[in-house]
Design a protein around this ligand. Sequence first.
Ligand SMILES: Cc1cc2nc3c(=O)[nH]c(=O)nc-3n(C[C@H](O)[C@H](O)[C@H](O)COP(=O)(O)OP(=O)(O)OC[C@H]3O[C@@H](n4cnc5c(N)ncnc54)[C@H](O)[C@@H]3O)c2cc1C
Ligand SMILES: NC(=O)c1ccc[n+]([C@@H]2O[C@H](COP(=O)([O-])OP(=O)(O)OC[C@H]3O[C@@H](n4cnc5c(N)ncnc54)[C@H](OP(=O)(O)O)[C@@H]3O)[C@@H](O)[C@H]2O)c1
Length: 514
Amino acid sequence: MADTLHHAKSVVGFAITQPLSFVYILIQNVLNWIFAPVPPPPTDKLRRPRIAVIGAGLTGVSSAAHCVGHGFDVKIFETRSREKGLGGIWSRVNSTSALQIHSIMFRFHPSVKWDTAYPQQQDIKKQIASVWKTYGLDKKTVFETPVTSIKKNASSGRWVINDNEQEHGSFDGIIAAVGSCGDPQMPRLPDHDKFNGPTYHSSELDGKDVEGKKILIIGGGASAVEALEFAVQNHAAEIDVLSRSDKWIIPRNVFVDVLLSLNVFGGETSFSWIPEWLLRKFFYRDLEDISPAKKGLYTDTPMVNSELFDQIRAGKARWLRGDIVNVQNEGIMFNHRAQGVPKGGPGHESLVRGDVIIMATGYKRPSLAFLPDNVFEKGYEPPNWYLQVFPPQDPTICATNSTYVNAIGTVGNYHIGIYTRFLLMFLVDPLSRPRESLMKLWIGFTRTLKKFAPTKAFDFFTYAELIYWYCFVSIINPFRWKWVPFIFFGLFRGLPLAIVEEEDHIRGLNGKAK
Ligand SMILES: Cc1cc2nc3c(=O)[nH]c(=O)nc-3n(C[C@H](O)[C@H](O)[C@H](O)COP(=O)(O)OP(=O)(O)OC[C@H]3O[C@@H](n4cnc5c(N)ncnc54)[C@H](O)[C@@H]3O)c2cc1C
Ligand SMILES: NC(=O)c1ccc[n+]([C@@H]2O[C@H](COP(=O)([O-])OP(=O)(O)OC[C@H]3O[C@@H](n4cnc5c(N)ncnc54)[C@H](OP(=O)(O)O)[C@@H]3O)[C@@H](O)[C@H]2O)c1
């Protein structure tokens, strides 16, 4: 009784002192209560379809949690150890790495509960591990097991991983959740060996001493911004970012970010100049020169940051556009280019001095080569797949967040559950499953709709376009209508399952999906 009273008092105290955080946590508890599938009891025997999930990052863990929460069995295969693999890329970056988008856009599973707007690496890892544990996935994960092949057993028609049916069993569906950021990419710069100081990758900055030093950051993406913030926080003397191509930067403001992702055409339109003009005038302001001159906002994933410009204005860092000529003992010979001059174009050279080089040059893309050869058919290779993730040759494979190139949206969000439920629907309800010719028709249709976009149809999309895709393919096939509450919200799966059994019965399949 005394404990309950004490707890109630502390909740009221929290609500009064931090009302916004209180409301945020309350909303997340409500979302969890309505939308998170109930974890199966430890003794519960899960049924088929059985799904192989490849990758234990947030996409793999969330997808697997959705499957078991709806009563279907899974096995997760992760190439790395538990320490480096569980949590995916978030287990391999700096402890100071943080979300640049608001965490409300990064609720990768309905049970996730953020207590801050911009959580850091440890919080993100913790949430991934918590979903993994809550849904009993610890007993269903094999670490240090890279998937190198998936093949169909000719007699059962089920998927076999790494030719090892004896150990792993067989599977009805595959979720390839290998992500888009693999090992660090560390290109050698011309004459790199001549440099007097150390060179680090931007993901390996924990414990590195930069105090009082001149820092040269190579690259102009989100990791360059993070490296810049790390250098500022650790009292570097001077910071120069050497960027060879321009990217749009948008404010760290949840309303602006959501608004920009609401472009349902998923590409440049004749109205794109409006947000671009507004960003230049009201966000870049005196730093308009850094904005891309010839690249539309809806062509490339923008960086989300509001502090970068303040650091530049305060003289703590410089953002230089141009090409690296070579590395010298004391720095980098750099060809500075003016706004709008393309990579490798004319400029003026000068030596940018530095003591430490940070390579913010990105990550190698994990391979999907373990998938069967036929899913890489010319013209229908990833990302040119049905809903971008289902190869038209076989919709029992779903490569969530692994075919993604560029977008305005978020990787760790609601769509992970939607894709998983589409896959489950295709597996349990044969009448809802798309045929290869129709999937290719949808891909062709989307290409035609986006033929004026500067990027290829599936190389850039927005979150609003993704939602439109889901609505379109749900409405187009009447056998999917009964699944709509399940696909979009994970609710009421009992009803469509009962109808499917009835349909199978009528079709003489005795309740067995064929
Ligand atoms: C520093 C940083 C910050 C980021 N911030 C944001 C952000 O704010 N917002 C946002 O939307 N995105 C952000 N991202 C993008 C990030 O990729 C996603 O947030 C998300 O972590 C992707 O999760 P994932 O599970 O899809 O992939 P990953 O986390 O990369 O996990 C994939 C897993 O698959 C495993 N794997 C790969 N191949 C195989 C194989 N053949 N067999 C078995 N296992 C395999 C890998 O070992 C890995 O553990 C950020 C990325 C970085 C690097
Ligand atoms: N907190 C966050 O939200 C956050 C933080 C970090 C990363 N991320 C995400 O992680 C992913 C990777 O981001 P990233 O910034 O690491 O990589 P990135 O977006 O691929 O950017 C790499 C940068 O390095 C440049 N580069 C590559 N090789 C080079 C070379 N040899 N010489 C000079 N420049 C070179 C690239 O230029 P070109 O473009 O010309 O090739 C590019 O500017 C993205 O999806 C990003 O959104 C997010």
